[in-house]
Design a protein around this ligand. Structure first.
Ligand code: ATP
Length: 196
């Protein structure tokens, strides 16, 4: 089973690419979705997060208030590292289990922090999506109205495209045309099918 790790900076087009692989009948496993799944009450991530960050980060219904937690880690690198240390073993375990359920010829693991973490051991090849900084900023603003400063801060905390290219086996250039983006995905799909 060929496992492709898909990564890229904020707003580069990871989800758009992953959705297109999915439309080609390829199973997609998303690290962010897994984080959500293991962070609900009763799941291992929830217990670990509340044990460390306390009850102040909970909503009235007992679920984790993601905005409050997001604010804490956004402004504090130590807290961000702590949260990652707490969650990553459970995320890794859940991703390995999800890979065992894959029925397509190969699978895509969407891992936004692939370069920044030690998740590379979960994948056989690394596929990165890159896009022009200005385009990414415009897309993100249109999507959720973040300010330039907020976007800059997130980009500064992430690895650079150069660092991603260093570990990439395959590169998709999201140059602005969705048609070009999808043609690149189709080409890779043929390559991955041929080698699985
Ligand atoms: P994030 O890291 O924030 O989750 P992402 O890397 O998953 O982002 P997407 O969600 O796929 O990126 O894309 C970010 C936004 O930019 C989306 O609203 C998407 O529709 C838009 N977008 C991506 N690529 C293009 C493109 N080629 N043309 C127009 N809009 C695009």
């Amino acid at each position: 089973m060929l496992r492709i790790g898909l990564t890229g900076g904020i707003g580069s087009g990871k989800t758009t690419v992953a959705n297109y692989f999915s439309s080609l009948a390829i199973d997609v496993i998303d690290a962010d979705e897994i984080v959500h799944q293991i962070s609900v009450p009763g799941q291992p991530g929830f217990d670990a997060i509340t044990a460390h960050f306390g009850e102040d980060i909970l909503n009235a219904d007992g679920t984790i208030n993601r905005q409050v937690l997001g604010k804490i880690i956004f402004n504090n690198e130590t807290a961000r590292n702590t949260l990652e240390t707490i969650l990553h073993p459970a995320v890794r375990t859940a991703m390995k289990l999800a890979v065992q359920e894959v029925r397509s010829p190969y699978c895509i693991l969407v891992i936004p922090l692939l370069v920044e973490t030690d998740f590379t051991e979960l994948v056989d090849r690394v596929l990165i999506v890159t896009a022009d900084r200005e385009k990414r900023i415009a897309w993100i603003k249109k999507r959720n109205g973040l300010s330039d400063d907020q976007i800059e801060a997130i980009m500064a905390a992430q690895a650079s495209d150069e660092e991603r290219r260093d570990i990439a086996d395959d590169v998709i250039e999201n140059d602005g045309s969705l048609d070009s983006l999808f043609r690149q995905v189709e080409k890779l799909d043929r390559t991955y099918r041929a080698s699985s």
